[in-house]
Design a protein around this ligand. Structure first.
Ligand SMILES: NC(=O)c1ccc[n+]([C@@H]2O[C@H](COP(=O)([O-])OP(=O)(O)OC[C@H]3O[C@@H](n4cnc5c(N)ncnc54)[C@H](OP(=O)(O)O)[C@@H]3O)[C@@H](O)[C@H]2O)c1
Length: 256
């Protein structure tokens, strides 16, 4: 590794799903600041294009690739567009996710359950599957799966979300085993409660906010940039011998 900084991503090409805002946006910018060119995905073109434009402002190559990760045809088009941008992919961040339901299991409607599974779990599978050829074509690929502490511990009123995040951890381990022979590392992050649009309804509710913060040993919500710093570590050469693992970024939640 010589004198090259361990987190230098110069010359790498990264694709981040769900990168128009929140954690994905912070990860996309962190990768770009450390030298990567970035493919920016989200469903809505405007949000993805705004992030891509910001990254181009840093002097990196970046394009918006709008696609709904639930849709196999859209994901196939996304993979084709990624192939047109660069012949191979170095970094894939499977981040797109939703959490629209906060209710007890018996109040989860089946269509809500399905939408959460389709986005968080099946979406990650579809993207990993479609991008596998360009990731595994040469050694050095890195995949980062955005799981959650909800995949490690139970969080009441989030049954569908918890199930997808537990599933993502198993997808992470399976991909790590299958792709190690191609020199591709696959790891997951398990953030706790981070200040993004996703958690705004919980943070804006005084009683829920209090309940959550009482459970966080560090006594505060996390910032997207704090998750991005951990993401940068896992996709960089600083984590060269790490695969199939999950790193919590939770202010101590799961230590209790
Ligand atoms: N915030 C937290 O406390 C927290 C904690 C643990 C884990 N996470 C995980 O971190 C990831 C990002 O969460 P966040 O808090 O940053 O959420 P967010 O602010 O709501 O952003 C979600 C991103 O995903 C995109 N997205 C949603 N559905 C999509 C789809 N079907 N296809 C493509 N893109 C889609 C959104 O853009 P469009 O709406 O334009 O598609 C947006 O860019 C999620 O997987 C979440 O589960 C979050």
């Amino acid at each position: 590794m010589g004198n090259v900084p361990l987190c230098d991503l110069t010359g790498k090409v990264a694709l981040v799903t769900g990168a128009s805002r929140g954690i994905g946006r912070a990860v996309a910018f962190a990768l770009a600041r450390h030298g990567a060119d970035v493919l920016v995905n989200s469903r809505k073109r405007d949000g993805a294009e705004a992030v891509a434009s910001g990254i181009r402002g840093l002097g990196r190559r970046a394009v918006a690739l709008p696609a709904d990760v639930r849709d196999p045809a859209a994901v196939a088009t996304l993979a084709e567009a990624a192939g047109a941008f660069a012949p191979h992919l170095d970094i894939l961040v499977l981040n797109a996710g939703i959490s629209p339901v906060y209710a007890r299991v018996e109040a989860h409607r089946p269509e809500e359950w399905q939408a959460i599974l389709d986005t968080n779990l099946t979406g990650a599978f579809l993207c990993a599957r479609a991008l596998a050829p360009s990731l595994t074509v040469r050694p050095g690929g890195r995949v980062l799966v955005m799981a959650s502490i909800a995949g490690l511990v139970g969080l009441p009123r989030l049954a569908a979300y918890n199930a997808t995040k537990g599933g993502l951890l198993q997808l992470t381990r399976t991909l790590a085993l299958e792709w190690a022979q191609h020199g591709v590392r696959v790891n997951a992050l398990a953030p706790g409660f981070i200040e993004t649009d996703m958690t705004a309804p919980l943070r804006d509710h005084p009683a829920l906010r209090r309940t959550i913060l009482q459970r966080v040993p560090m006594g505060r919500f996390g910032q997207p940039e704090e998750v991005a710093a951990a993401a940068l570590f896992l996709v960089s050469d600083a984590a060269a011998y790490i695969t199939g693992t999950v790193l919590t970024v939770d202010g101590g939640w799961t230590a209790a």
